[in-house]
Structure formats: C-alpha cells, structure tokens
Design a protein around this ligand. Structure first.
Ligand code: FAD
Length: 308
C-alpha cells in the first residue's frame, strides 16, 4: 500500500512543489543523485571509474510536454557526452535516456520528436565513442519506446533497451530482443502498474525476472543484469557461468548510492559492474521511486524533512 501511495506521489505536481521547496537536507538527495551540473556528473564518473566501475548517466527529468524543454534535455546530453570525451572517460561511461524527457508524451507528434531528439543524442554518443540506453517507463509507453529503439538501432545498432520483469509481456519482449548485438537491461520495474498488465506479488516478479534472465543469457545478445537483489545476482552469476559466457559478454548494473560495497565486491571478482548515475535538479520523481523501493529510505527522508 505504501509503495502504491509513494508511486502515486511521484507523479503529483502539487506534492512535487511542496517537497522540492522544503528544506530537504542535501544529504538525502546526494545519496542518490550525483549533483546538479555536467561537471558534477563527470567528477562522480571519475570517482567510480577509480573503483573500476562503469557508469550510465541519466540527466534527470521526465514527462516533458514542452518542445523547448525536450530540446534542452537533448542539448544537455550532447554537452555531457562532449565533456566525458574531453575528460577521457567515454570508455567508462554511457548515457541512459528517458524518451518522456525528450517529448514522447506530447499529444501531437510526441513520438517523432522523441525519436529526433534521441537520434541527436545517439550521434553525439557515437562521436564520443560510447552508447545510449533507453530507460523503460510506465507500460503505456513500452510499445512506443521499443518502436523508437528499432528505428535508432538501424543507424546506431548498439543502442540499448530496458525491459521490466514485472510486466506480463516482458518474457516475450526478451525473446524478441535476444538477438546478436542487442544490449538489454533487465530490471524489476519501478512504476505503479495495474494487475492486468503486471505481476504485483514480489515473488511472481522474481520468478519472471529469472525466466527473462534465462532467455537473455541463453541468447546471443548482451544482457545487463540490473538488480540489487542478492538472490537474483547469485542466480545471474550462476547462469552466465553455466552458459559459458565470457566476462565481457554481460554486465551487472546497480543504482548510485544503493549497496555501494556490493558494487565494488562484484567488480573485484572480475565482473563488469555499471552504476546508474543520475544528475540534475529535477530529482523529485526519481527520488520518490527510490523511497518506494525501501521503507528504510523513507524514514531517512522523513527525518530530513522535519530537520532531524
Ligand atoms: P528489490 O527487491 O527492490 O531490492 C532488493 C534489495 O536491494 C533490497 O532488499 C535492498 O537491500 C536493496 N535495495 C533495493 N532498492 C533499494 C533502494 N532504493 N535503496 C536502498 N536499498 C535498496 N526501473 C524501471 O522501471 N525502468 C528503468 O529504466 C530502470 N532502470 C534501472 C537501471 C538500473 C541500473 C537499476 C539497478 C534499476 C533500474 N530500475 C529501473 C529500477 C528497478 O526497476 C527496481 O525498481 C530497483 O532496481 C529495485 O529492484 P531490485 O531488483 O534492486 O530489487
């Protein structure tokens, strides 16, 4: 119930206005967000790279219904990719992009606009020698996002996708995307979804995650195992070993600020580990989804709101 209420909050502009203006201590935001600026994102990447971690950087923002704002997000990514290249970090970092931040929700021509903006970002990533992954948002956008992915992959075949194990359709989507050269991040899913389209029982989500993992790991693509769940990480490590996959043919992914010791432990074992690193001032929706994932985070946040 708490998770549902929080996920509802993540899309409320009224609550967003109250929370973002409250004197939230910097600590609660900076645990999950690298900073406001491009320079902050580059510095955080450098620090993670020193621990032998890779990074995928998200310029925070979503649900844009303003063409100008969508274009500004694309420009921010182009600037970031240029800065990573200049800093010599583009072999360590790629970017993660939400199509809703690039205009996908616009009622007239939103998908075309998001595709055009995403193409600009993919070209900048190619120029910098790195890649782009399209984040997954709520299920109403899945078909549109996979359609945009297919278009982008014609010119930028290493563009990655994200699939959410909680959606009932995902096992089939995994089968369709388990092809040579295809980079697929598998996560549990972070949005509020109806029982008709998504598993709500956590155990059913875990079972779906394992079924999807098997499809991706047995296929010829590049699976990106995005979870902090110790059981799923152990199962994935076992499946890649059984499949005889080399260490450069898959990766683990985790969120910035979540289980940092485990991130370093896996990297020291020789696995590729990539950290999802958000930056920017539009942190509200992202932060509330992280709070919804773990009640302990919520207590931490509530204490900071009342200044304790
Ligand atoms: P859970 O069962 O939620 O957690 C397992 C354990 O991990 C918990 O017991 C706890 O110890 C720890 N943990 C998990 N979350 C937190 C947290 N927030 N704070 C502290 N500890 C925590 N979702 C999407 O819908 N679309 C995306 O594009 C997307 N991209 C992602 C990219 C990456 C790299 C990752 C790691 C996740 C992404 N997610 C995305 C979020 C994902 O769907 C889950 O909501 C999130 O990862 C929590 O699920 P879990 O697999 O870690 O398992």
């Amino acid at each position: 119930m708490m998770r549902g209420a929080l996920l509802g909050m993540s899309r409320s502009s009224t609550i967003k206005n109250v929370v973002t203006r409250a004197p939230v201590t910097r600590g609660v935001v900076t645990r999950f967000v690298a900073g406001d600026s491009t320079a902050d994102a580059v510095e955080a990447t450098r620090a993670l790279a020193a621990d032998d971690l890779r990074v995928t950087i998200d310029h925070l923002g979503e649900d844009t219904t303003d063409r100008g704002q969508a274009a500004r997000v694309a420009v921010a990514y182009v600037e970031l990719l240029g800065a990573l290249h200049t800093a010599g970090l583009s072999d360590r970092a790629e970017v993660s992009v939400k199509l809703s931040a690039l205009g996908q929700y616009l009622p007239q021509g939103g998908e075309d606009l998001a595709l055009e903006n995403a193409r600009t970002i993919c070209q900048a990533a190619a120029n910098a020698g790195t890649t782009v992954t399209l984040d997954a948002e709520d299920h109403t956008t899945t078909d549109s996002t996979l359609g945009v992915l297919a278009e982008l992959r014609r010119d930028f075949p290493d563009t990655g996708a994200v699939l959410q194990a909680y959606l009932r359709r995902t096992e089939e989507d995994c089968a369709a995307l388990a092809v040579a050269g295809s980079r697929v991040r598998l996560c549990k899913g972070a949005y509020q979804e109806h029982e008709s389209v998504a598993f709500s029982d956590p155990h059913a989500v875990d079972l779906s995650y394992v079924r999807c993992l098997r499809v991706l790991i047995d296929g010829p693509g590049y699976p990106m195992v995005a979870s902090h769940d110790p059981r799923l990480i152990a199962i994935a490590a076992d499946l890649v070993t059984r499949a005889g996959r080399s260490r450069d043919s898959y990766e683990f992914q985790m969120l910035y600020g979540v289980r940092p010791a485990e991130q370093v432990r896996l990297a020291r074992l020789g696995h590729t580990v990539r950290i999802y690193l958000p930056y920017g001032d539009d942190w509200y929706g992202y932060l509330v989804r992280r709070l919804a994932e773990r009640p302990a985070n919520l207590a931490f946040f509530a204490r900071s709101l009342v200044g304790r």
